[in-house]
Each structure stands twice: as C-alpha cells, then as structure tokens.
Ligand binder design. Sequence first.
Ligand code: WTA
Length: 654
Amino acid sequence: MDTPVTIQSVLKEKRVFKPDPGFVRQANLRPTEYRRWHKEAERNFEQFWARRAKEHTDWFTPWKKVLDWRLPFAKWFVGGKTNISYNCLDRHLEGPNSWRRNKAAIIWEGEPGDQRVLTYADLHREVCKFANVLRSHGVKKGDRVAIYMPMIPELAIAMLACTRIGAIHSIVFGGFSAEALRDRILDAKTVCVVTADGGWRRGQIVQLKKAVDQAVEGDSPVKSVIVVRRTENEISMTEGRDHWWHDVMHDASTHCPPAKLDSEHPLFILYTSGTTGKPKGILHTTGGYLVHTTVTSKYIFDLKEDDTFWCTADIGWVTGHSYVVYGILANGATSVMYEGAPNWPDVDRFWQIVDKYGVTIFYTAPTAIRTFMKWGDEHVKKHSLSSLRLLGTVGEPINPEAWIWYNRVIGKGRCPIVDTWWQTETGGILITPLPGSVHTKPGSATRTFPGIFAEVVNDQGEPVPPDQGGYLVLTRPWPGMLRGIWGDNERYRQEYWSRFRGVYFTGDGARCDKNGYFWLMGRVDDVMNVAGHRLSTMEIESALVSHPVVAEAAVVGRPDDIKGTAVAAFVSLERETKASEELRHELRGHVVKEIGAVARPDDLRFAEALPKTRSGKIMRRLLRDIAAGETSVGDTTTLEDYSVLARLRESEEA
Ligand code: WTA
C-alpha cells in the first residue's frame, strides 16, 4: 500500500441542517431515545444489540450468549436458532401482523414498463415452492447456489428460498462477464445456478444465459441451471442440466417449513474486490446479519407501515441484499424493485417511477445524483415527487454540492438526507444520521449508529485529534460483520486485521470533527469506487496482462466529476507490438470480457515502460498524478528511469 503518511483533509463544510420538528415528532427514533441508545450501547454494547434483537427479530430457540469474540472471529447470538425467510415472510402472515398477508412486499417495474406486485402471501408461496425446487434438484443445507439474474422478482424469490433451506447464495451482478462468473462458481463450488434467458438494459437484451453456458462449460461443479423466461430471446438449453423455472415451479409444493438454522449458519457469499487480483468471497451468517439489517432499516429509513421504500441498487451488490430485500422485508415494508436503466426510455424514468408508485423513501448513490444534476433540473420538474419524505445515499462520499442539489431539487427542501457509510464487509450501515435525531452536514455521514464504535487513527494506529485526517477503523465487533473470506481465513486476517492491532481496518480515509462527525475521504488502498461500483486496480491489471501483447499494466483511479473515480490504465506492450487506436479499443474490450463492462478503463495509455522505484515497485502515486493531469508530480527521487515519466506524459490520449 503506498499511502501518504498524513492524509490531508481539504473539505471545509460549515452548513448544518436540523431535522424538521414535524419529522422529529413522528420519527421511529427521537432525540431523547437516540441519546439513550448511545449511552446504553456505550455501557454495554452486547446488551444493546441483544435488546434490539429481542424487539425486532424472531427466533425458534433463544441464544445462550450474545457474543463470542476471539479476535478476529466473532460469533453473535450463539446457540440461537432462526431463519431469515421466516423473519421476512412467515411472521407477516401469522400472529398480530397477519393483516400484512395482502400487503405489497415487492412492487416491481420492468424496464419495458411491465409491472408486478407480490404481496407477502404471494412471496411466501413462491419462496416455498422454489425452496422445494432447489431441494428436488439436490441442493442441501450448506450447498452454494449462484444467482446471476436481472432485477426481477424471481431474484428475491431465489435468495429467500436459499435461506429457507439453509443453502448459501452467491449472487453475481448481471453486469459481470462469463469469466468473472466462472471464477466465482469455481471458488465457491456452487452446485446450482439460477439465471434468466436475459434481462433488459436500455432496450437491449443482456445475454445472461449465454454467459452462464460459457461459465459452466467443461469441468464444473454445477449440476443444474434453472432459467427464468424473461426476454424470450433464443437460448440453448442443455438436456439434463438446464431447466425452465416455469416448468419446475409448476408442480412444486407450496409447503416448506423454514429450516431452523444456527445463528452462525452461513447465509451468503458475496464477492467483492480487494487489494489483489482475485476477488474475495465475503461471508455473512444468519442471526447477526438479520438483526443488523432489520434494526438499521427500521430506524435509519424510519420505516412505517404505509411507506413505499425504493433502493435503486442492483441486488447483485450488497446494498441490494441488505436494503432491497432482507432488512426491508424483515420489517414487513414495501420494497420497490426496478429492472432497468435510469435513462430508459428517457432520463426521467426514476422520477416517473417515484410518482407512479408514490415512493416515500428513496435510497441511491452519489454518482446517480451527480448524473441527474448533469441531465438537468427540467427532467425532475416534470414530476411532482410529493410523496417523498426521506432520502438516502450510499456507496461513495457525496460532495456537498450534490448533497445540496439532492436536498433542494429532489427533496424540495423538506426531506431529511441520510448519508450512510458501510461496506460489503460490514453487512449493514454503520455510520449514518438518524433522520429524526441528528443534525446533518452536507458531505458527512455524521455519527456511528448506536452500538458501533469507530475511530480515525494515524499510521501507528493512534487516534488522531479532531479534524485531522487518518484511517477509519472499527474498534469493536458488530452483528452484521463479515465472518471471514470464503475458504481463506489467512487473507481475512491479513486484509482487515493486520494493519492495526486489534481493530478492523476499513480501507477508507476519514476525519472526525469536534462534534464526532465522520467525513469520509475515499479509499486509501488499491480499491476504487467507480460510479458506486467497487473495483480493484489489481484485478483490472491482471485482466490487462492476461492479453498476449501486454507486458505490464498499472491501473489507478483519477477524479471524475460524475463517476467520482474513473479508471486510468497504463500499459506497456511486448516488444514487437505497436500501439494503435485499434489495440486500445481491443484492450478495453478485453477487460470487459475478463471482468465486465463496469471495469472498462476510461483512459488507456501506452507507455514504453512504467515508472518504478529502484526496488521495482510501480509508482502509483506518480501515475495517479499523471492520470489526473496534475503538473507537479511530487517526489520522484526514487524513480528508476526519469525518461519514462516524460514519455508517459507525451502519451496522453488525444
Ligand atoms: C465507500 C457499499 C463515503 C467506502 C455499501 C467503502 C462510502 C466502500 C459511503 C464500500 C458513504 C460507502 N460515504 N464512502 N456514505 N458508503 N462508501 O463494499 O469507500 O461496495 O469502503 O459497499 O464504499 O463499498 P461496497
């Protein structure tokens, strides 16, 4: 990791927004209670979480011990037995909340404009049926199931069906390539893949089944592939292995009692980018994740029975797992799901959906907000948006300008904004305003959620004084935390617990102001946040060097007004190869094939050689400066070959 020793924070934002008294009066967590929660958690954070778990989640067998913490391995609610699909479905059909039976669980809109509403009873029935289908295809408790689907209700049904029988799902975002899917299938040894013929994206069909065919070709642990008919494009079905969803669901029984699962039973694996070329399978388990996502959903999004909640994230990312499906359904709330792009058929699609369904809570990414800003206010103003009452953001730091625009143009100055900081690894939100209790400052994710403990430290791991930049660490375990990296405990230790003694290293830079507000400053490791998608520089580098003509590659992030960070690649070629526009195009396409369109380099520059230190390390800091077009390139005294630098600058893309 080549990080500057001191992280300088340059953002100075003074504006403060107080929650509206009307909002405070109706809030799920009011200021006095919020303060009490923080005190309670500081006194005894285990007891704090245990209380919340008792209030908000249902268990077949109570736990014996709240937390078993053997650094860096945590077990939460030890000895307890529960089931997430039970908490998301069955408990809304029976007992005091049985009236929710016919309440909308999922309101779905397809990109072409088709729609479906699944009530809690509908969803329960479909989940039970699909759980039986999985079983009849030999999927057992603990088996891994890959899900590679468009944003259609069957995706949520498949996940919940896995949790019902204790199978572990591994959802792979539909924008990833066949190669990326193959790697993930092999790493987790998934026995079954659930997919669709295709999905709609900007009027085009994303050929999902075709990618699955490539991914499971040859030697593969996959025994069965279940295919939803969505786009009705022609696909090939392999006899004995591939089955249509509608065929296998046809006669499936609607009776499937939820498995009574140990609190620490694995729930899902979600691959994310780390600091090496190989994505890591983040492992989450049942009880702690359920408690964390349920409680944070209820209080941070102030969920009420009559809310219509829309999180625009794809379920292929952690945000979709936790806040399209699990946390929202566990509260018996209504979750909106949209299949397609925000600019199809027009750039006001999101606002049209908000008005159409009366969305009350809207949760999206800063990169989307900046895009809407660029498209222009007039597209927003065509719609009333009067149903909205609360807004949220996630995925990257939000610049104050975008925050203010979101507040003014989308929220009409009347909706609180919750800027929520968290990670795939954390399972749920950790740093966030509570909308009825916390004054917000544009650009700050504000304070830790009660029961969460964070600090900003220097290189030596010592806490830094207020307003000084440093590394964000988490000093105590929390219920939704990752339990490890699938099949690689050593890497788990190494990546999160070795940088600073005894604490979890987030990989983010931050400063904390004198009011205890956190200001996130982006990644300080080799991970980039590109348009809200998490990518690793190393992963893209290994994709590039896997091309026969590439000798070496270095990838860095550079600032971008819309995407936050854009991908800049520097490539040196094998001796006989000549750089050309065609080759540039081919190499960018090669990255798309290896990883997916999300990783396509924005800039690709050819260089005779890459700048290295005398010890052979690529000077990324220097490349970052060059990529950003900065004239001063900092300290180059350790540079191996000065002429490389001059040639790199000349190579700038026309
Ligand atoms: C960044 C997404 C600033 C951060 C849930 C983190 C944020 C990474 C925020 C995790 C925020 C997420 N403010 N930065 N509100 N939320 N991040 O795993 O760098 O896709 O480490 O999880 O996104 O990305 P991931």
